[in-house]
Design a protein around this ligand. Structure first.
Ligand SMILES: [Zn+2]
Length: 371
């Protein structure tokens, strides 16, 4: 496509390829590149979110209209299992997929990496990714709990490697209520290290009639409930990402009162596992779109599908068709990968007025959600 872009007093025609929008922070250019120019960032009007297929782990790349990149988790290490070790970045399945999305967004660096928690399906790919593209800043809950290694062996080895990498950049130890310094969006930390906000966000705090009992117990009790969770606001658009938050800290966000308000897009807790299926959170947040970052057999449990099917106002999208027993998949057009032969992402592009478009990277199918 051809675009006319004004740079100061000079009008230049810049050729861009689809999806290749420059968002480098290198500063104003003196020479206009034929393909990539930071000036294009000024023309970009949408907040873009890539839900990258890391086969049941998490990697969510957010690029703001101000040109900043915010990556939440980076999938598994190596060949993509909990037993894999970080290895050569050229062969790293998930780091390569994150890198491909970063290139699609025209990025030359990751400005902020947030690790929701210290499990291999979330932090495993970071060390390899850092060899493919520079990572400048790190956000996390500082350290795993003492029991994490007992429950998930290998956690500490990955954590030690991560700490060595983190020392080369800036570091934020996120606390509930903190605002993250990401330009162009308002990102508030809802939970981190097992603590959650205790006061409602502005405009929230209403009692939640859908709360029953104490919620669903966490399937994994050492690191998942310590996930760092955020709510991101861009104009009237809001995105909720809680990582693998589960058990009492997840329940406390919306029960007995809704402390976090509503969100247009919700990345379902813990890959759509049963401990993320409590209807009370969906009732409080009222997402228009809920996304499951599941794998063929990871996350996406039958209970979560049952919750979603009972709430027809929510459009659910999946990164994978699930083979889990009893799980009722959504329509194929809203599933990014029908099997493991593809590794397509789901992309959300949002405007300040709250409207957004969700696209299926496998088929090109798009659905717009208007205010
Ligand atoms: Zn996980």
């Amino acid at each position: 496509m051809k675009r006319k872009i004004a740079i100061g007093l000079v009008a230049a025609t810049v050729i861009t390829t689809t999806g290749l929008t420059a968002r480098s922070l290198a500063g104003a250019p003196t020479v206009v590149s034929a393909v990539v120019s930071p000036a294009v960032a000024a023309a970009a009007k949408t907040l873009d979110l890539y839900f990258i297929d890391v086969e049941g782990g998490q990697a969510t790349l957010i690029v703001t209209p101000a040109g900043e990149s915010f990556l939440i988790d980076a999938g598994f290490p190596g060949d993509g299992t909990f037993n894999s070790k970080p290895g050569a970045p050229e062969q790293a399945r998930d780091a390569q997929r994150v890198f491909a999305a970063a290139r699609d967004a025209g990025l030359t660096q990751i400005d902020h990496l947030m690790l929701t928690h210290y499990h291999g399906d979330h932090m495993g790919g970071v060390m390899e990714l850092a060899q493919l593209i520079p990572i400048r800043g790190f956000i996390d809950h500082s350290a795993p709990s003492a029991e994490a290694e007992v429950v998930v062996p290998g956690t500490l080895a990955l954590y030690d490697a991560y700490v060595a990498l983190r020392a080369k950049g800036t570091h934020i130890d996120a606390k509930p209520g903190d605002r993250l310094p990401i330009k162009g969006v308002d990102v508030v930390v809802l939970a981190s290290g097992g603590d959650v906000i205790t006061k409602p966000l502005s405009g929230a705090g209403q009692p939640n009639a859908a709360c029953t009992g104490d919620g669903v117990p966490a399937q994994e009790k050492t690191e998942n409930p310590r996930s760092t969770a955020i709510r991101l606001q861009y104009g009237k658009f809001a995105f909720l990402d809680v990582g693998d938050l589960s058990g009492p800290p997840l329940f406390a966000l919306t029960c007995p009162a809704n402390l976090i308000g509503q969100a247009d897009v919700y990345l379902i807790a813990h890959h759509g596992g049963a401990d993320g299926s409590d209807p009370s959170l969906f009732a409080a947040v009222q997402p228009r779109v809920a996304i499951m970052n599941n794998g063929p057999r990871k996350g996406a449990q039958a209970k979560t599908f049952a919750t979603l099917k009972a709430m027809p106002s929510i459009d659910a999208w999946q990164l994978h068709r699930t083979l889990n027993p009893g799980a009722e998949n959504m329509a194929d057009e809203r599933i990014a990968n029908l099997d493991e032969s593809t590794s397509a992402y789901i992309k959300v592009s949002a405007d300040t007025d709250g409207s957004f478009t969700v696209s299926n990277g496998r088929t090109g199918f798009k659905k717009s959600y208007r205010r």
